[in-house]
Ligand binder design. Structure first.
Ligand SMILES: [Zn+2]
Length: 103
């Protein structure tokens, strides 16, 4: 997937079309961080801290061959930065792409 570095796009702050820089942003998605019984919630509660064997909340064994990640592409996230006002707008809906090249 090829993406230009600068595009002409509508800026809601300037209320007109302006030149905008495109920046690649990581999705930063962590699955199930706030679901009930998740490790991140337990750690914020204070479990799995300190010395000794942490049991269930400690380090996990290596992921087996069959449970390994199968997806080869990632969703893209772009940040549009207006060159006139300097404000940025975030595009959430990304398309799947193996590699994103900026021209
Ligand atoms: Zn603007």
């Amino acid at each position: 997937m090829k993406v230009p570095k600068i595009t002409n796009r509508f800026c809601p702050y300037c209320n007109k079309k302006t030149k905008q820089k495109i920046k690649l942003v990581s999705t930063g998605a962590k699955r199930g961080t706030l679901t009930r019984g998740s490790i991140s919630r337990a750690k914020s509660r204070g479990l799995g801290r300190g010395i000794g064997n942490k049991g269930k909340w400690g380090s996990k064994p290596a992921v087996s061959k069959f449970k390994r990640k199968t997806k080869t592409t990632k969703k893209t996230n772009f940040l549009y930065i207006c060159e006139v006002c300097g404000k940025s707008k975030y595009q959430k809906k990304g398309k799947r792409a193996g590699k994103v090249l900026q021209e």
